[in-house]
Design a protein around this ligand. Structure first.
Ligand code: ATP
Length: 573
């Protein structure tokens, strides 16, 4: 049974996992705050990632240790970084607004959606990055090339020019290009003639337009605005003057800070290829349509690795990271049937990418698995871009290989020797494999995965319905709760002493309020894996009960051994 998102959202608010940002002022779309339990959960996720990927990454494909270092870069960087990375030029979507219902849509999706008479949800799924043609064609939801077309021949031709012109009039050239790309993919898929869509053919422009730009939202008969281009980067100004020269951007990804520091890391830490640089940090995207709770937010945190390697070994490392990253999610309790690595189709790949695998999770709010993380083979693209734009050398010199080279071949010709030294195979731009994960998306997946409704007996043995968050113990916000069974006979003092000992090392909670069954329920909802109760027997034999959240099994363990028992159970495996 998929989790009911309304119930999960309400539990997250009630128990202090996630709040709407600035809720007392009506909130702000696309921004979220983590409450007392949420902040612990997300921190545990980031700590687990840092521990398992940076400090103690799994052995490489040859069984050898791999080399990883960390970095923490500024959120605002020199804006030239974003020109080099392509974000200033290309990080935008064409959008239209409905004048009546005020909703905003991706222009290309609305347009193609109208062509195929798709529902709004279907048009949302309609983009090259969602392999739409395969999906829609295999689902039989669009007519196949062999079937007679239900649309008049000039249907799209009569609309494409208007869309193109409208983009042009609004300076949204990217929108036009994006549409052209979609149209071309469509032409190819449907084996139609190249210029059917008229984008390349000026003559069709004169056949203009009577397409009513109507709102695709169900039940709305509003009209849409012209398509406008939106840059997804948040702009700000550095310094007192709000002028064009002082424009800067909040980073839309953490990766570029890593590339910009490639040489610094190389020179300061003496790492050798292959090695990775990792960073956890905030990223900001002015998403057009933030939705699905925290899934698509405007401020979020990324956990990114740029793994630099020799070009000849890059496919081996690409496969390695795909496997390592998928395995990490299952180790932390995500069921493998809800997890899907999906290799992007050729038409979806960014132009520089040799391959990308999205690791997707079947969120309850969607019929299709959605991206948790992208593992991309980015070739030499980023370092080359920064080398070109900054004029700084971004190559790697393989000292060991050069030391082994037979120098007699140069017969004392110093110039030829230098020439050879500063070129391949000794000096080259490394290839990059980028596993890029979202801390908030994984937190949401962990919350969805953990939410469980079951029954557990109360203190009288009567089965009661309960909500229990079955977090992996490593991720649980509170590791253990300590209870005195009753507030007398020295039990509170013993419980307090144990609580004070444990909190030096673990996130623990003390609770002496209400019936013991109620206290268990509260901890079940918070996802606390262990509850420790000091009872009458403790006073006689110095043992306590340790209750397991999932199996409900209660064991007696030595009071003095509780910390060691928790250590054993919480150790990363
Ligand atoms: P999407 O296709 O869902 O927009 P993307 O392919 O643009 O994602 P990347 O640029 O590859 O995402 O970013 C890497 C990771 O950062 C994603 O896998 C996701 O976990 C996270 N991420 C990206 N955008 C958002 C967002 N708006 N809100 C929350 N997390 C995000």
């Amino acid at each position: 049974m998929p989790v009911d998102m309304d119930k999960l959202v309400s539990l997250c608010k009630r128990r202090g996992f996630i709040f709407q940002s600035s809720e007392i002022y009506g909130g702000i779309n696309g921004f979220w705050d983590y409450g007392p339990l949420g902040v612990e959960l997300k921190k545990n996720i980031k700590d687990a990632w840092w521990h398992d990927m940076v400090r103690n990454p799994p052995a490489g494909p040859d069984g050898q240790e791999i080399s990883m270092v960390g970095l923490d870069c500024a959120i605002i960087m020199n804006p030239k970084v974003w020109v080099a990375s392509g974000h200033v030029g290309g990080f935008s979507d064409p959008m239209v607004d409905c004048l009546k219902c005020k909703r905003r849509f991706r222009a290309d999706k609305v347009f193609l959606g109208a062509f195929f008479r798709l529902s709004e949800a279907e048009s949302q799924a309609f983009s090259p990055s969602n392999h739409p043609f395969d999906v829609l064609i295999t689902k039989g939801e669009v007519h196949r090339p062999s079937a007679p077309s239900p649309y008049p021949d000039n249907f799209l031709a009569s609309r494409a020019p208007e869309f193109a012109l409208s983009c042009e009039a609004n300076g949204a050239l990217e929108a036009q290009e994006h549409f052209a790309e979609l149209a071309k993919a469509l032409v190819k898929k449907r084996k139609l003639k190249g210029d059917y869509y008229g984008l390349e053919s000026k003559s069709v422009n004169s056949a203009l337009p009577n397409w009513q730009r109507s709102c695709p939202a169900e039940g709305c008969d509003g009209t849409l605005t012209e398509a406008r281009s939106f840059n997804l980067m948040f702009k700000t100004y550095v310094g007192a003057l709000q002028s064009e020269e002082n424009v800067a951007y909040l980073r839309p990804e953490t990766a570029q800070g890593i590339f910009a520091n490639f040489k610094n890391v190389l020179d300061s830490s003496r790492v050798k290829l292959p090695f990775g640089i990792a960073q956890i940090g905030k990223a900001f995207r002015n998403e057009i349509n933030p939705r699905n709770y925290t899934f698509r937010s405007r401020e979020f945190e990324q956990m990114e690795i740029e793994f630099f390697c020799h070009p000849d070994e890059s496919m081996k490392w690409y496969q390695y990271w795909r496997d390592v990253r998928k395995a990490w999610y299952t180790q932390l309790g995500i069921q493998s049937e809800r997890l899907r690595p999906r290799e992007q189709g050729k038409e979806e790949l960014a132009h520089y990418s040799i391959g990308t695998t999205d690791i997707e999770y079947m969120f309850p709010f969607s019929d299709e698995p959605q991206e948790l993380e992208g593992v991309a083979h980015r070739g030499a693209y980023d370092l080359t871009q920064h080398q070109t734009h900054s004029g700084k050398d971004m190559s790697y010199f393989d000292e060991e290989l050069w030391a082994k080279a037979d120098k007699t071949q140069f017969a004392g010709d110093r110039k030829a020797e230098q020439q050879a030294k500063w070129n391949a195979p000794y000096k080259f731009i490394p290839h990059v494999i980028e596993p890029s994960a979202g801390a908030d998306r994984f937190t949401l997946a962990v919350l969805c995965e953990a939410y469980t409704e079951d029954t557990a007996p109360d203190e009288n043995g009567k089965p009661q319905e309960r909500v229990v968050m079955k977090f992996h113990p490593r991720l649980a916000p509170i590791k253990a709760a300590v209870f005195p069974l009753v507030n007398k006979d020295g039990m509170p003092e013993k419980a307090q002493a144990l609580y004070r000992e444990l909190k030096q090392e673990f996130a623990v909670f003390f609770d002496d309020k209400g019936a013991i069954g109620r206290r268990y329920r509260r901890q079940d909802e918070a996802g606390t894996p262990y509850c420790i109760t000091i009872d009458g027997q403790t006073l006689q034999d110095e043992t306590v009960t340790l209750r397991d959240r999932d199996s409900l099994k209660q064991e007696r363990v030595k009071l003095a051994g509780v910390a060691e028992e928790l250590r054993k159970r919480l150790r990363p495996r």
